[in-house]
Design a protein around this ligand. Structure first.
Ligand code: ARG
Length: 575
């Protein structure tokens, strides 16, 4: 059986104490103790203050009651009460040493796999065909991939699906344009945006072309073979572009995960029928709509989710209804997660409301994992606009070449090694910038900040890891199986941090918040650097101390590699 995490272990004991002292049973146990920021204190329980208020008793008295009933066994020293009623906990050294030693023998570094694995349909990346991916899609790809890795590691089954925008009215003009100008694609469409814009210009200025385009949409929807073949050419060409970005990023998405909007096309009519039969729909302005409860505009008018348009066509919302139905009913998903920018929050809220009303989400957890925009240096949304398009592939190349400059200051690496390292550092920096902040917030894309060697950056973490590996290489020994000795404060602080890996992963998983893992990894690298300053490893006073410190170093290295790996970031051994 997997051991409890430290905060959980302590929390459960506090629960027992609260039960016997006051007859109350608060949940969850792991929220009852927190890491302490006070010197010489490891964890603290701050419950006496709120409980005192609730019971109408002085907090210190409540704290004393808690302490009187608190059985910590061999885990911690007798607790002390401080200030208005904090219960301070200091872990026993021998217990800590045993826990760290156990961690060293555990591939998962203390993370227990989920007791009840879920089957999670995860919608991410989801760019639009015949358009270049933009930074918003980059963020969805990076966040989605990290979340997929975290969920899998936590023991869940992840069903990734890339909801390509590959269907709808724009395809009429795109197909016509491709038929008019086949050379544009014969050698590959080099610039998807330019292609799209050219089609758009013709559509807006050439009446005959516009008419042909509209007729082409009807042919496409009617399943005309020739039309479908040209459409497929567009899809393949776009997919080639997307795959190039995925390859550069090292994402786990494959062609098998492509479930574009067109995939759901055959199900749309049925889904609408079902909604109509359930009595949820209304005809409004000739369109079939559902007005989910609680959604109104500023004028207090009810907001519709348009299920079928007046002209009989289906749009984005109808496809998303069919998507939700497919992954739950046909694929047995217990969770529907969508990694899509926050501007679509209302769309998803309405979608879930309608699905719930239709009874499709019974026992299913549906959540929009929203994220903020990527801003340029001017503080405005960094986006593709005519004349100043940012191609993701170029952006990633730029990241690698900027990283190459950072890396080439060290000359002991071979040219091939330098290239691999520049790739790991450059791509890592872009990803980490997307991941390390609270995802709901916007952030400014700035090369110098994301490639800084200090601060909460991937480069800092990669350097920390490489430095540890170089120490271990010099020692020629990783201290495997050596007894752990935690005599110095810095050793103890590092050990406590290493023991919190599971807690950090769990927090990142449960809130779909990779930044929580980033913060933890940064704390770990900082704790190591303090340890290394204060505790000589290679020149430790005794062989036992040296082995113990090598073991702590190796454990830190493994924690960084595993953690970065869960974020989809490589950690080269040498930098
Ligand atoms: N293609 C859409 C866009 O670029 C994102 C699709 C998100 N997924 C979904 N099921 N709606 O905005």
């Amino acid at each position: 059986m997997q051991q409890l995490e430290v905060n959980e272990e302590l929390g459960r004991r506090v629960v027992n104490a609260l039960h016997s002292a006051f007859g109350i049973d608060p949940e969850p146990a792991d929220a009852l103790v927190v890491v302490s920021t006070r010197d010489g204190v490891d964890y603290q329980c701050n419950l006496a203050m709120s409980l005192g208020k609730r019971l109408g008793r002085p907090p210190r008295e409540v704290a004393a009651q808690i302490v009187a009933h608190l059985d910590l066994g061999d885990i911690a020293e007798p607790p002390e009460i401080a200030g208005p009623g904090f219960v301070n906990l200091v872990l026993r050294r021998s217990w800590l040493e045993r826990r760290v030693a156990a961690l060293a023998g555990d591939d998962r570094l203390g993370v227990a796999p989920a007791e009840k694995p879920r089957r999670i349909a995860l919608d991410y990346s989801s760019p639009n065909v015949a358009k270049e991916m933009h930074v918003g899609h980059l963020r969805s790809t990076v966040l989605g991939d990290a979340i997929a890795r975290l969920l899998r590691f936590a023991g869940h089954e992840v069903l990734p699906h890339n909801h390509l925008g590959d269907w709808g009215t724009p395809f009429g003009m795109l197909i016509e344009h491709l038929i008019d100008e086949p050379p544009a694609v014969r050698g590959g469409i080099s610039d998807l945006n330019a292609f799209y814009q050219a089609a758009r210009r013709k559509f807006d200025s050439d009446e005959a072309f516009a008419t042909r385009s509209r007729e082409r949409v009807v042919k496409l929807q009617g399943g005309d073979t020739e039309t479908l073949a040209v459409w497929q050419e567009l899809i393949d060409e776009s997919t080639r572009h997307f795959n190039e970005v995925y390859r550069q990023l090292g994402t786990t998405l494959t062609n098998a995960d492509l479930y574009g909007e067109s995939f759901y096309n055959p199900n749309l009519a049925k889904v609408v029928d079902e909604l109509e039969a359930s009595g949820l729909t209304e005809i409004s302005d000739g369109a079939v709509c559902v007005f989910p409860e609680g959604f109104r505009n500023r004028d207090d008018d009810r907001l519709p989710l348009i299920v079928r348009k007046r002209d009989g066509g289906y749009g984005y919302a109808a496809t998303d209804l069919a998507t939700a139905k497919y992954w739950t009913a046909e694929r047995g998903a217990t969770d529907l997660l969508y990694v899509v920018g926050t501007p679509q929050a209302q769309h998803f809220a309405m979608l879930f409301a309608v699905c719930r009303a239709a009874g499709w989400l019974d026992g299913v957890h549906a959540e929009h994992i929203g994220f903020g925009s990527v801003l340029g240096a001017d503080g405005k949304v960094m986006r593709t606009r005519a004349g100043e398009t940012i191609k993701l592939a170029d952006l990633l190349d730029e990241a690698v070449s900027q990283a190459a400059e950072v890396v080439s200051e060290r000359s002991e690496l071979s040219a091939a090694e330098q290239r691999a390292v520049a790739h790991a550092v450059g791509i890592g920096a872009v990803k980490y910038a997307d991941l390390s902040g609270d995802r709901e917030r916007d952030y400014v894309f700035a090369w110098d900040r994301m490639l800084a060697k200090d601060g909460n950056t991937s480069v800092y973490l990669q350097y920390a890891h490489a430095r540890i590996e170089s120490i271990l290489a010099k020692a020629g020994d990783r201290g495997d199986g050596a007894p752990v000795i935690l005599a110095e404060a810095a050793e103890r602080a590092l050990a406590l941090t290493l023991l919190r890996f599971g807690e950090a992963v769990r927090a990142a998983v449960s809130a779909y918040a990779p930044h929580k893992l980033c913060t933890y990894l940064y704390d770990t690298a900082v704790a190591f650097s303090r340890f290394y300053e204060q505790c000589p490893v290679l020149t430790a006073e005794t062989p036992e101390l040296r082995d113990s410190r090598l073991q702590l170093s190796a454990l830190t290295s493994r924690t960084l590699v595993l953690g970065l790996g869960l974020l989809g970031i490589e950690a080269p051994r040498r930098l």
